[in-house]
Design a protein around this ligand. Structure first.
Ligand SMILES: NC(=O)c1ccc[n+]([C@@H]2O[C@H](COP(=O)([O-])OP(=O)(O)OC[C@H]3O[C@@H](n4cnc5c(N)ncnc54)[C@H](OP(=O)(O)O)[C@@H]3O)[C@@H](O)[C@H]2O)c1
Length: 307
């Protein structure tokens, strides 16, 4: 099948981002390198990384040895919230761990600044205790400077709602190339899509399968399409996302699912799209990934009737 394997979207920088990438969160020690090696073999050329995931050094061992020219694959990594005031060193640490000279995309992981701590504390911080004298517009101003030093090809954000994105767009010199947020059939993010489309911000869907606690794989409509198309429920969810216009970054450490998630996606018909679009109306909205940051992050959820 492999209908979408080579599909790309064009960012506002002119660069192309492969429509189906590979997510690396929860690919644990001893799993991450094997998974990334399997993804290269399966044909993935887009990798979503982050220092928070604790596996960049392991993944870097594969980037160092893989026999694929660097310009042929796209790597995203992210700036963790406790590093908003020391962006250059945080970026350099990721580059060193990943064994790369540059990343294709550098994202602000969350629109919240935490007090600086050591990388060993990543993910263990009290996310509700914020740096009171710094906000994401300060962080973005510093991120914009990275484009001059050649170590990032594009900059973007993640987990930005319409409210926070509007605020950023009012003060920024450079419009983010990407906003990476949770998007799946029960969280279609219609308001955010409209804003991103209007302002030329490409969207990447994280948790496109609903994450590890997903209920989407059991859905009868999803499975009906999967059966008819001869593919998995995962392929239906991913194909829906790509047809809607965003890149998707499914994670798996299972070699069979890794290969299938990329190779068996297909060009969905309008009828199939409508069938999946209807799920949020019949089942209600649901956000699978909702950490508590002690402040409103997901301003658009009310409109999506989140459970
Ligand atoms: N920017 C952010 O704040 C943020 C937040 C969350 C995630 N992300 C990124 O987005 C990526 C994807 O999100 P995610 O990992 O939360 O969730 P996801 O990709 O939606 O789902 C991953 C889960 O689905 C399973 N799975 C994979 N393929 C499957 C298939 N075909 N059928 C059934 N189950 C399947 C995986 O298990 P197996 O591994 O056992 O296959 C895993 O438990 C992350 O890895 C990360 O790179 C970014």
């Amino acid at each position: 099948m492999a209908e979408l394997q080579d599909k790309t979207f064009t960012l506002n920088t002119g660069a192309k981002i492969p429509a189906i990438g590979f997510g690396t969160w929860k690919a644990g020690p001893g799993e991450a390198a094997a998974a990334v090696e399997a993804t290269f073999k399966a044909g993935y050329r887009h990798f979503d990384c982050a220092p928070l995931y604790g596996n960049e050094a392991e993944i870097g061992q594969i980037f160092k040895t893989i026999d694929v020219p660097r310009e042929d694959y796209f790597v995203t990594t992210k700036l963790w919230s406790s590093d908003h005031r020391r962006i250059s060193s945080a970026l350099q640490k990721s580059l060193d761990d990943l064994n790369l000279d540059y990343v294709d995309l550098y994202l602000m992981h969350w629109p919240v600044t935490l007090p600086s701590t050591s990388p060993e504390s990543y993910g263990k911080e009290d996310r509700t205790a914020h740096d009171p004298e710094w906000d994401f517009t300060d962080t973005w101003r510093e991120m914009e400077k990275l484009l001059d030093i050649g170590k990032v090809r594009a900059i973007g954000v993640a987990n930005f709602s319409t409210v926070n994105l509007e605020k950023l767009l009012q003060s920024c010199k450079i419009v983010p190339a990407v906003n990476q947020t949770e998007i799946q059939p029960l969280l279609p993010q219609k308001k955010l899509n409209a804003l991103c489309t209007e302002r030329g911000v490409h969207q990447t869907a994280f948790g496109p399968l609903g994450g590890s606690g997903s209920t989407l794989h059991e859905d009868p409509s999803v499975n009906e399409i999967a059966e008819r198309r001869g593919c998995s429920s995962g392929n239906v969810l991913l194909s829906w996302g790509v047809k809607k216009g965003w890149s998707v970054i499914p994670k798996s450490v299972n070699p069979v699912r890794i290969a299938e998630n990329l190779q068996k996606c297909f060009d969905m018909s309008e009828e199939e799209i409508a069938q999946i679009d209807r799920l949020v109306e019949t089942l209600g909205g649901k956000r699978f990934n909702r950490p508590n940051w002690g402040t409103v992050i997901f301003h658009d959820d009310e409109a999506e009737i989140v459970n």
